[in-house]
Ligand binder design. Structure first.
Ligand SMILES: *[C@@H]1O[C@H](CO)[C@@H](O)[C@H](O)[C@H]1NC(C)=O
Ligand SMILES: *[C@@H]1O[C@H](CO)[C@@H](O)[C@H](O)[C@H]1NC(C)=O
Ligand SMILES: *[C@@H]1O[C@H](CO)[C@@H](O)[C@H](O)[C@H]1NC(C)=O
Ligand SMILES: *[C@@H]1O[C@H](CO)[C@@H](O)[C@H](O)[C@H]1NC(C)=O
Ligand SMILES: *[C@@H]1O[C@H](CO)[C@@H](O)[C@H](O)[C@H]1NC(C)=O
Length: 352
């Protein structure tokens, strides 16, 4: 009997002993590890930085300063199911990318991730000088000591919008801005949210493909056509020996409580805890995966959709740009969810 109990205890230790690794210890990330599946776990060592040490943070992401009263949302760490994400080491990253130029291209979700990365890097080396400069749609954050640039080019569709006599034309097969993406060592793209805009927020009047001009079309179809043009640009212009290409997966919003079983919720306001294990697939993500899957050049998908979907508590809600007068359930508070997107980026960058 005693032997049986000892065996049972040993079995118990065997089963449960492996589930308690701290991030970064022991298991290292491999390409075989799927970071996209897991859970958000409370971690007292979080957040990774304090925005009071990140003086250039934009007001729209600085939820605590904007008066957000609950603070547990900054204390969650993403725990992948079968492995660990390496702990972020900003100094290590700066050394690895010494002399290089990182360019984010995309909409305000790109801005969100770029801002997160610049805060993570600056707070890692607070004594290293930096410059931050915005000219038109390009923001450039520089660490002269490491000769590293972290840039952001605002471009919501990746393909072009041209002003013509008939009005503003979204040209699905034209990608003039691509010439400005050449010469960077790491490219991180994103595009989706603006494809949905209608009415006053829609910045085009017609869509053109080839010789055909349309008043409108199915937005997922248009998105796929635009992405294919972007994919062709990558195939024609990226030398994979020099440049690594990433695509930020679709960032989900939380505008409708019905989607998480809380029909009476007023958008994402007052949400204070993440969800666990949602089975979720996003139609735009499916399109994105399809396009990436057909490419001959390798693009790293930052597969953030499902893990972000669980964070109904991560948005600014009324603690964003407009305060009480507006509701932001699309962007993310910083520190917060985009820090984890950058942990995924870091994990891939240090793999080889
Ligand atoms: C992204 O992650 C989701 C959730 O784990 C998964 O269903 C999907 O297949 C992943 N996509 C890719 C391209 O790996
Ligand atoms: C951030 O730092 C400020 C000033 O040092 C401090 O008062 C505040 O509690 C910190 N916030 C968090 C979330 O740790
Ligand atoms: C940072 O910049 C200041 C002013 O330009 C300069 O005096 C200082 O030497 C720089 N520090 C480092 C570590 O480069
Ligand atoms: C567009 O029209 C021009 C002139 O009529 C023609 O030469 C060209 O082949 C057409 N292109 C496509 C993609 O249909
Ligand atoms: C990339 O490097 C490999 C191995 O050095 C070489 O065979 C290949 O031609 C290079 N590709 C390009 C596009 O330069």
């Amino acid at each position: 009997m005693a032997i049986l109990i000892v065996l049972l205890i040993l079995l118990f230790i065997h089963i449960h002993g492996g589930g308690h690794h701290k991030e970064g210890r022991g298991i290292t990330a491999t390409s075989r590890c799927d970071f996209s599946q897991g859970n958000w776990v409370a971690d007292e060592s979080y957040p990774l930085y304090n925005t009071s040490q990140c003086p250039f943070i934009l007001k729209q992401f600085d939820c605590i300063r904007n008066g957000r009263p609950d603070k547990n949302y900054v204390k969650y760490r993403w725990q992948p199911k079968n492995c660990n994400l390496p702990r972020f080491n900003g100094e290590d990253l700066l050394r690895r990318v010494r002399g290089k130029s990182i360019l984010f291209v995309g909409d305000s979700l790109s801005l969100n991730q770029w801002q997160s990365l610049t805060c993570m890097l600056h707070t890692a080396v607070p004594r290293a000088n930096y410059t931050s400069l915005r000219t038109g749609s390009l923001s450039t954050f520089t660490f002269p000591m490491y000769d590293v640039k972290v840039k952001l080019s605002r471009n919501a569709f990746l393909v072009d919008i041209a002003s013509e006599s008939i009005g503003r034309v979204l040209k699905l097969d034209s990608i003039e801005d691509g010439k400005n993406w050449k010469g960077n060592d790491i490219l991180i793209f994103d595009s989706w949210h603006w494809w949905l805009h209608i009415g006053r927020k829609q910045p085009w009047d017609f869509i053109r493909e080839g010789n055909h001009t349309y008043k409108d079309m199915d937005r997922l179809v248009a998105y796929e056509k635009g992405l294919k043009t972007w994919a062709r640009w990558v195939e024609d212009n990226v030398n994979p020996n020099k440049t690594r290409v990433f695509f930020q997966g679709v960032s989900p919003d939380h505008l409708s409580g019905e989607k998480w079983g809380e029909a009476k919720a007023r958008f994402c306001e007052g949400q204070m805890v993440p969800m666990s294990g949602t089975k979720y697939s996003h139609p735009a993500e499916t399109v994105l995966q399809k396009v990436l899957g057909k490419m001959s050049k390798h693009v790293n998908l930052l597969n953030i959709t499902a893990l972000s979907q669980m964070r109904k508590d991560g948005h600014p809600s009324v603690y964003g740009f407009g305060g009480r007068r507006s509701m932001d359930c699309s962007h993310w508070c910083l520190p917060g969810v985009p820090d984890t997107w950058n942990l995924l980026l870091y994990a891939v960058l240090i793999q080889n």
